[in-house]
Design a protein around this ligand. Structure first.
Ligand code: NAD
Ligand code: MG
Length: 392
């Protein structure tokens, strides 16, 4: 999948961070700051957090910044007065920033809003560190085809996929029996359906092991995140859908595994800190030092595993079915889920309504192939409009 970087030994490597103010973006900049001289930041983008974006720009001195919310253009411009950082705004501004040449791009925008900027980086043949799983879920083969066509390199940032990337034998994919995605089980792993019916957004965003943005935290609580990750894995690695297993592992120490025909199971382990997989992609094909807590297995003392419960967590079942169905099903699943999660975060619907809305939209829209980019935009919009109507 991934070819070596053109100039692996030439530093500084130039970087673009899409979603620099988010959890992934901030962790990336933390690593950049710890390695002075190794990386040069070219562009930073965010949706609405002007104060943080301006602070990052003053510190890392990119050539440009882009703010997705065009109404905040002047505020950002004022905040950067006296610097020579160019200011862009609106969705087009974010795409323009992604288009500007740089060696490496962090795709750290949340949701399918990240699709066009990430695609812009892919289409200039960049090395793209992919955190934004939704863009791969919603565009699937269309996205992967562009990666091949433009000679871009995709490096998985999602901890599970980064783990698999580290232990997958790309020279002998036919020797791989299964990939096993581990899942923490989220904050409601042991709750009954009755208890889940009453959970609040504040409880749902509190992940037991990882500190993440709101949307992925809710996805982790419904287990939709693991379903999105199964679809993501299908597109990133040369395996069939039936070769992708999910295993609940509450300690989040084993980040995922690959099992081979000889009975070997290779795993990548580490403390649950996204700076490890991000560092792996920042330094790839080399490695770099990070300040993450070193894994102390005698302190962890035990590792537990269990099968995911598809009755209590129907979102995972829906995502697995969408992967099997193919065509536009993952696009619909992703769009309906984004709307439902936003509805839950705004306290418009109850937690258990999230998978119900996704299921209803999938049933209403049925299946058909995903024919191209226009088709994708239409299906995505249609799914959003059905889901929005179901928010009540
Ligand atoms: P976050 O909410 O903390 O940050 C999202 C970033 O995207 C912010 O910078 C925000 O300004 C920007 N953004 C949001 N909407 C935008 C829009 N419409 N246009 C332009 N920019 C927009 O999210 P996060 O937790 O950093 O997650 C980012 C992505 O990485 C998600 O796809 C998530 O699934 C994936 N991911 C995150 C983690 C994690 O630990 N946080 C782990 C694995 C994968
Ligand atoms: Mg993950």
């Amino acid at each position: 999948m991934a070819e070596p970087l053109n100039k692996p030994d030439l530093l500084p490597r130039t970087l673009t961070l899409l979603g620099s103010t988010g959890s992934i973006g901030c962790s990336t900049l933390d690593l950049v700051a710890r390695n002075p001289g190794a990386y040069e930041v070219i562009a930073l983008t965010a949706m609405s957090n002007v104060a943080l974006l301006a602070e990052q720009a003053r510190r890392f001195r990119p050539r440009m910044v882009a703010i997705g919310d065009a109404a905040r253009y002047q505020e950002l411009k004022d905040a950067l007065a006296g610097t020579n950082v160019a200011v862009l705004a609106g969705p087009q501004g974010v795409v323009e920033a992604a288009t500007h040449p740089s060696d490496w791009v962090m795709a750290g925008i949340v949701g399918s809003a990240g699709l066009w900027p990430t695609l812009a980086a892919v289409r200039r043949g960049a090395t793209v560190a992919l955190a934004n799983k939704e863009c791969l879920v919603c565009a699937g083969e269309l996205f992967v085809r562009e990666v091949g066509k433009f000679g871009a390199t995709l490096l998985p940032v999602d901890s599970e996929h980064n783990a698999i990337f580290q232990v997958f034998d790309f020279d002998h994919p036919e020797r791989v029996e299964k990939i096993i995605l581990t899942a923490s089980g989220g904050p409601f792993r042991s709750l009954s359906r009755e208890e889940m019916a009453r959970v609040t957004p504040a409880q749902a965003v509190k992940h037991p092991n990882w500190s993440m943005g709101a949307k992925i935290s809710i996805d982790s609580a419904t287990l939709m995140n693991k379903g999105l990750e199964a679809i993501e894995a299908f597109h990133l690695f040369p395996v069939e859908a039936g070769q992708i297993d999910v295993l609940v592992h509450p300690q989040s120490v084993i980040h995922s595994m690959v099992s081979y025909v000889d009975g070997s199971v290779l795993a990548q382990l580490g403390s649950p800190d996204m700076r490890t997989p991000i560092a792996h992609t920042l330094a790839w094909p080399d490695r770099m030092e990070t300040p993450v807590n070193r894994l102390n297995l005698s302190e962890v003392s035990r590792l537990d595993f269990e099968q995911p419960d598809l009755e209590r967590f129907p979102a995972l079942r829906l995502a697995r079915e969408a992967l099997q169905t193919g065509g536009c099903a993952p696009t619909i699943l992703n769009a309906a889920n984004e709307v439902a999660v936003e509805g839950f975060l705004q306290s418009r619907i109850a937690f258990l309504k999230i998978p119900q809305i996704v299921q209803t939209v999938l049933e209403r829209m049925g299946t058909r192939p995903l024919r191209g980019w226009d088709d994708l935009e239409q299906i995505d919009a249609e799914a959003r409009s059905h889901a929005t109507a179901l928010l009540g």
